[in-house]
Ligand binder design. Sequence first.
Ligand code: 5GP
Length: 140
Amino acid sequence: MTTYDPNNIFAKILRGELPCEKVYEDEHTFAFMDIMPRADGHVLVIPKNPSRNLLDADPQDLERAIATVQKLARAVKAGMNADGITLQQFNESAGGQVVFHLHFHILPRWEGVSLRPHTGAMAAKEDLQRHAQAIRAALK
Ligand code: 5GP
């Protein structure tokens, strides 16, 4: 299937049908903590308008999303005291995509520290809350 599925997990989060640890929201974009972070402070940025990924997205939604990615990347770097940021974005299963609502991964990086492997392990809620709090504070 290559059409947008309105019942994907991120669409449900946007509609408030599933919980998330939100860090930022504006009229067109939304940012929240990845539940299985590959680094402490791993944030996801999504456009509110529906698209599966980069390939079918409206260019205006991409513009708005990347502006929010920059805003959050700065806040993640400052709030998590990171040395750098890795940005990831996957398209279709063959490209590594698992959730089919366009999203950007913002990963804080520290010198000499590798990303954690994908283990499927969920982070403790308190840790996500603490990291989200640090990132929200850096947004102000
Ligand atoms: P991708 O589709 O780019 O491969 O990755 C999807 C990302 O969404 C993964 O990093 C995964 O940990 C995250 N994820 C999957 N389900 C949920 C969820 O229910 N809540 C949150 N906050 N993140 C999720």
